[in-house]
Write a protein that binds this ligand. Structure first.
Ligand code: SF4
Ligand code: SF4
Length: 313
């Protein structure tokens, strides 16, 4: 991660309406840019840095070079072999080249929003949320995701104050300061809390930091009676181990009020994005999607050990 999140403006790289995977009911998911971890399997690598980026999808590009002709900053160039190259460091994110690219080969990732601007942007979606408020049946709402939304806790607190009747969820790695967590504990109704690796040194190896802070923050949320769903990314060859399964079972025994567990089999959507960002593809990153077999096996193991609120995404 580079840069720092500011309190008043958040850098947001995507807003997905009608989401049904990120908490109960019909939701709008807001993706914040920036993450303090660096998980090698990240399927949103465009979320890692807290600064805008220009993504270039080479496979869609016809080489017309209209983008280069219309870029005043010299950020789009043709190399001597005729191939097209993007100089992200020269780009000012003016968006001019996007107007000339008929093939959707270019995308600016990351735009600043104030809490009020985000509220305005989501206004039309709110009619699809639970119109009866938090106590009603549907409980759709807004999910904050990323990147790591805890980096924007001040922003999220201010935003939530503008929409007090909307159900809110946060998809988090749990890796953030206690101060940031405390800022949003009162205004988030549901935490979708990732447990990536139970083994601390493996967590450090594959995610760039240990898991002590994460496990402490999980304890804090649990002790504060927050609704929690555990999310388990299942990455072939990395965390699909007996040690991981046993560790999760121990957590569930320790925290019996955890609402449910969702197993998230790895998919390789991040590969194309890494290429579009000009980022290196880690050697250990699985190239293929994970099959359902391992996830189904885990599901069976959890159920055999008495945990029936476990599902496979
Ligand atoms: S305008 Fe689009 S299609 Fe043409 S060279 Fe640029 S990126 Fe490629
Ligand atoms: S966004 Fe603007 S500065 Fe960046 S490459 Fe396109 S035209 Fe050039």
């Amino acid at each position: 991660m580079t840069g720092q999140a500011t309190e008043r403006k958040a850098l947001i790289f995507d807003i997905q309406s009608f989401s049904i995977q990120d908490g109960p009911g019909i939701r709008t998911t807001v993706f914040f840019k920036g993450c303090p971890l660096n998980c090698i399997w990240c399927h949103n690598p465009e979320s890692k840095t807290i600064k805008p980026q220009l993504m270039f999808y080479k496979s869609r590009c016809t080489g017309c070079m209209l983008c280069a002709e219309n870029c005043r900053d010299g950020a789009q160039i043709a190399l001597s072999d005729g191939s097209h190259y993007v100089l992200n460091e020269k780009c000012t994110f003016c968006g001019k080249c996007l107007e000339f690219c008929c093939y959707d080969a270019l995308k600016i990732c990351g735009a600043p929003f104030s809490p009020e601007e985000l509220c305005e942007r989501l206004k039309s979606d709110m009619r699809y949320f639970n119109l009866e408020g938090k106590t009603g049946g549907g409980r759709g709402g807004i999910t904050f995701s990323g990147g790591e939304p805890l980096l924007y806790s001040g922003f999220i607190r201010d935003f939530c104050a503008l929409v007090p009747d909307v159900h809110t969820a946060m998809e988090t790695s749990g890796y953030g300061s206690r101060e940031d967590l405390e800022k949003i504990t009162g205004c988030i109704d549901l935490f979708l809390f990732d447990i990536k690796l139970i083994n601390g040194s493996e967590h450090k190896k594959y995610c760039g930091a240990g898991n002590d802070v994460i496990l402490d923050n999980l304890k804090f949320l649990y002790e504060n009676d927050k609704d929690i769903i555990l999310r388990l990314p299942l990455i072939p060859g990395i965390n699909d181990t007996a040690e991981q399964l046993d560790g999760i079972v121990k957590l569930l025994e320790k925290y019996p009020r955890i609402k449910r567990v969702e197993i998230m089999p790895y998919h390789n959507l991040g590969l194309g994005k890494l290429e579009a960002l000009g980022m290196e593809i880690p050697a250990e990153l699985p190239r293929l999607n994970a099959g359902r077999e391992k996830a189904e096996k885990w599901l069976g193991e959890f159920r055999a050990r008495g945990f029936d609120r476990v599902y496979c995404a």
